[in-house]
Ligand binder design. Sequence first.
Ligand code: FCA
Length: 344
Amino acid sequence: MLKRLWLLFGIVAMLFVIGCGSKGGDATAPSGDGTASSGEKVKIGFLVKSATEPWFQTEWKFADEAAAKYGFELIKQEVKDAEKVSSAIDELAVKGAKGVIICTPDPKLGTLIVDKCKEKGLKLMSVDDRLEGPDGQPLTDVPHVGISARDIGKSVGQALVDEMKKRGWNLSEVGAIAVSLDTLQTARERTEGAMEILTANGFDATRIWKAPWKNAASADIPNALDAANIVLTQQPGVKYWIGFSSNDDGVLGIVRATEQRGIKAENVIGVGINGTSGVDDLKKTPPTGFFASILLSPRKHGYETAELMYKWVTEGTEPAKETWTSGTLITRENFEEEMKKEGL
Ligand code: FCA
């Protein structure tokens, strides 16, 4: 008898839980016009794959400025893997956020992210790294703000070509290290762009050695240093080195690896992308092998994405499906002036 009573109690409790669950889902659904309920502060999430990389810290700083200007709350969180992405979106929904901007730790999480945001009634934008479907194709329905990766890669290649000429290097004595992350489209296009310009200017493709990062989660300076070290060990006869990658951190890894081996800074030319981490090397005396970077616009990627999301949420104006930003070459000569222009 007692057993039956417990069973009955169990079933009733289960039905109650299921009932609450479905109600919870309805409660987080968006209001008809997509605007926030009156009086409540609009909340927007900004999730990035790395909170330690200066690029993302700067992006967040600018997004905070947009939040201060428009009076919305910006919820920032680092998401290093699928689990973190999933729980961060859940938490945003619980807090009543209306939109989320994400730089995913892995483009393959695209469908999961889209489905989850739909379920929770969150508007979604991607920044920097584009989301992909199971077929590896970009999810073109999600508004995206990214960089013109191939063109920026070409600017890296051109800067390397120009500086090699200026130093009067014989190309047959030069080796190139490319710290690569080919699983990420924007990263792949950047290094491909640089290689295209190098080879078009007579650089021997067989003297470009790839030093791959294992995955996006390992794409930092120490792992770039380890990857570059392998190439340096395998090619002890090379006199001059050039280095490029998908961002500053990759190139900083290459430069640090050459320093550890006692290769002189004047025999190394590294050109990065972002400007945000590379700038520290441009300030150093004596100069390091980090010669230049292509300064991107963290203001556009941070402030403007947050602003676009805020307007989407409050006014219903959907952002353009694609926005591609450009970059500017910075060296020791012009970095202060160019960074000032960017509000850095
Ligand atoms: C990618 C890179 C970052 C930055 C951004 C614009 O996410 O990993 O370093 O270059 O694109």
